[in-house]
Design a protein around this ligand. Structure first.
Ligand SMILES: N[C@@H](CCC(=O)N[C@@H](CS)C(=O)NCC(=O)O)C(=O)O
Length: 242
């Protein structure tokens, strides 16, 4: 039962939006608890008791606590014994296919994080030094290589979703969520990946995904205004005071 489910998240975290969109897709009720990464709330003792890795997302479900977006999604389907094509946990063959298609998860996570952090958040939000154009292009190229692997995977089957034409699965939820955070910030383009581009349009219409992406977009607009217009003024005032 999921009445006592709390999801610790932030709409700017791809992994958190992945978990939230999937849980909403499953129709499970939960309480959302937004974690303030900027103030280091995810490293406080109370949160480390929930997720010792100090990362978001995480869940508390009764006495059970779990971190990691994919583990969370799989656990919730199984513990609630849900019959869902999004993760048909009783169907060994289907689950094997899902695991095979998720083989680029580590690469996707590492390379997306680097590009988003170094190419976007550090310079605009946390006041870090922007990386050189050369370094940026290299990080972009590294992520493009992962996108090419996904493009090839779609080309192998020529299906609407990664695991068939009928239903989006955990695979689509995972890759879409990690991708949209980079694509919507114009850090990378899908123009060179026609199949991925078509798939992206398809998955973007799933209601729970559309909803969480819209929330990210709204907050990103504020981040943009803050980083480009408000923060420079504050920095200037503080600098003149010194
Ligand atoms: N593999 C994890 C990755 C989670 C992750 O790295 N989350 C980031 C936010 S996007 C985080 O909490 N970073 C804080 C830190 O590493 O200190 C998952 O899928 O949930």
């Amino acid at each position: 039962m999921s009445e006592d489910l709390t999801v610790y998240m932030h709409v700017l975290s791809p992994f958190a939006t992945m978990a939230v969109s999937f849980i909403n897709h499953l129709g499970l009720p939960f309480t959302e608890h937004s974690i303030n990464i900027a103030t280091g709330e995810h490293k406080r003792e109370w949160y480390l008791n929930i997720n010792p890795e100090g990362k978001i997302p995480a869940i508390k479900h009764g006495d059970v606590t779990i971190g990691d977006s994919l583990k969370i999604c799989k656990y919730l389907v199984e513990v609630n014994e849900l019959e869902t094509p999004a993760y048909p946990y009783k169907d060994t063959k289907a689950c094997e296919e899902i695991e095979v298609k998720l083989r680029y998860v580590e690469d996707m996570e590492a390379k997306s994080k680097l590009l988003i952090r170094e190419g976007y958040f550090n310079p605009i939000f946390f006041g870090g030094v922007a990386i050189s154009q050369e370094e940026f292009l290299q990080k972009q190229k590294d992520l493009q290589d992962v996108y090419q692997n996904l493009e090839d995977m779609l080309a192998e089957n020529e299906t609407k979703f990664f695991c068939g034409d009928e239903n989006a699965t955990l695979v689509d939820f995972y890759y879409f969520n990690i991708m949209y955070h980079a694509v919507d910030k114009d850090l990378i383009s899908l123009d060179d990946f026609p199949l991925l581009h078509k798939w992206f349009q398809e998955v973007s219409q799933i209601e729970s995904i559309r909803a969480i992406r819209a929330r990210t977009t709204r907050l990103m607009r504020l981040v943009h205004v803050y980083g480009n217009y408000i923060k420079p003024v504050i920095d200037c005032v503080l600098c003149k005071r010194r």
